[in-house]
Design a protein around this ligand. Structure first.
Ligand code: SAH
Ligand code: SF4
Ligand code: F3S
Length: 439
């Protein structure tokens, strides 16, 4: 690259945390004088912010990088960030000689220096620290939406579920100081944002690593709820074990907190849960659900499920099926088990054949479709508060979400974007409700 970098494009894979990291990196690059562009092929700087959660996630990036390597992209700086950077490190440079830099999840703040080093030395540069230091410039974050924002409150994960790479790719839990979170949320409100989603691999661990702050997750929620002008607060993701009575009470009592809890069950068989090191039994999970529903009657629940974990029998799988049928989650992400390098489960035989995994996946998807469509039926003819977020993909209708995270498409002028509206639901198609603003 012989000229200064002017434009950049970041392609994001993986979870909301990665999407937020992309927005934080974009903010840093803009501060450095670069401009974001939509056309990946003409950017001076191309970054792949990657995910390692399943094999497929990694293969997508590898395929893409391979293609670029075979092309004639000489005049572009190419970087890889995110979880694959931590999982593969030096191997990436060996496999992709045209890759200019690799930056791990704990080194986002070094992005600017790394680019300078690449340009001045013309060597490949790698930064993949194991520890996260809280020094990110959150206020520079360049967000896609002007209405709702992701806000990081805790990074890393200490849970070590036996199938999962995250504790290795994102390191141990580090909570962000409450003052910094509050400052960012206040600044978001000043810019017109209406909703924040607090992010962490396990938000309920918030503050545990910093007992002297005297601010646990429910305390943080109460402080955020007091911010004037903020309309809605959400959070993702919760580990079932760490959902406390205090959090349930916060869901009941704090007016801004949306009544939606995503707390992955993963499997309905206690034997499998034990092997996954989820540290709860199916019965304990059901108890949490009952308790949550008795304290917060209108709560919606979301889950992640893995089918085909090593040794999963038909009987184990039926337990998952029955659990989903009994609990009736509003939202479920269902995955086939994928063995990950470096995890304890990788040492066990991946013994459920792929076609069996696929069949189990399909059965759960069908069940969930049925549950979701029943739920939508029940919403017909009723009126819900919707935060209007943006134009729908068709560019004509508007899109928003209810407090319980249901997507609603509605008619109306663009001025409604960024406002809360009472919306009457008159029909639905697939996973989307259709509604009309009630005057
Ligand atoms: N921290 C969150 C989830 C992070 S990963 C939590 O624990 O709730 C998102 C989801 O990916 C997990 O909940 C799990 O269902 C799935 N997942 C993780 N590792 C996987 C693997 N090796 N194979 C298949 N699915 C996996
Ligand atoms: Fe992975 Fe388990 Fe941590 Fe979630 S809680 S990120 S599934 S190790
Ligand atoms: Fe993927 Fe890393 Fe998120 S592995 S799911 S991007 S934490």
């Amino acid at each position: 690259m012989d000229r200064p970098l002017k434009t950049f494009f970041i392609r994001t894979y993986g979870c909301q945390m990665n999407e937020l990291d992309t927005e934080i990196m974009a903010g840093q690059l803009i501060k450095k004088g670069l401009s974001p562009i939509q056309d990946e092929d003409s950017a001076d700087l191309l970054i792949f912010n990657t995910c390692s959660i399943r094999d497929l996630a990694e293969r997508k990036v590898m395929g893409k990088l391979g293609l670029i390597g075979r092309g004639s992209k000489k005049n572009v700086v190419i970087g890889l960030t995110g979880c694959m950077a931590m999982a593969k490190k030096n191997n990436l440079f060996q496999k992709f000689p045209h890759l200019d830099f690799v930056i791990g999840t704990n080194n986002i703040t070094d992005l600017g220096h790394v680019i300078d080093e690449v340009l001045s030395t013309r060597r490949q540069v790698m930064k993949t620290d194991e520890l996260f230091e809280e020094n990110l410039d959150y206020l520079a974050t360049r967000r896609e939406s002007k209405v709702k924002a992701h806000v990081s409150i805790i990074r890393g994960c200490d849970k070590f579920c036996t199938y999962c790479v995250v504790p290795y790719t994102r390191g141990s839990e580090v909570s962000r100081p409450p003052e910094s979170i509050l400052e960012e949320c206040r600044s978001l409100v000043d810019q017109g944002y209406k909703e924040v989603t607090l992010l962490g691999q396990n938000v309920n661990s918030y503050g545990k690593d910093q007992p002297e702050w005297n601010c646990r997750f429910h305390d943080l929620l109460a402080r955020l709820d007091a911010i004037q002008g903020l309309e809605r607060i959400r959070f993702l993701t919760s580990h079932p074990v760490d959902i406390t009575i205090e959090l349930m009470q916060a869901l009941r009592d704090l007016p801004k907190l949306c009544q939606f809890v995503h707390f992955p069950l993963q499997a309905g068989s206690s034997r499998i849960l034990k092997k996954m090191h989820r540290i709860y039994t199916a019965e304990e999970y059901f108890e949490k659900v009952d308790q949550l529903r008795s304290i917060v009657p209108n709560v919606s629940l979301g889950t992640d499920i893995i089918v085909g974990f090593p040794t999963e029998t038909d009987e184990d799988f039926e337990a998952t099926y029955e659990a989903m049928k009994k609990i009736r989650f509003s939202l479920a992400f269902i995955f086939a088990y994928s063995a990950r390098k470096g995890t304890p489960a990788q040492r066990w035989k991946d013994d459920v054949p792929e076609p069996v995994k696929e069949a189990r996946l399909q059965r759960l998807l069908e069940l969930q479709d049925q549950i979701s469509s029943d739920e939508q039926h029940q919403m017909l003819g009723k009126t819900y508060e919707v935060l209007v977020e943006r134009f729908n993909k068709d560019g004509r209708m508007l899109k928003g979400r209810t407090r319980c995270w249901k997507k609603v498409i509605l008619e109306g002028p663009s001025q409604l974007i960024g406002t809360l509206q009472q919306v009457h639901i008159h029909s639905f198609s697939h996973q989307t409700l259709l509604g009309k603003v009630v005057q």
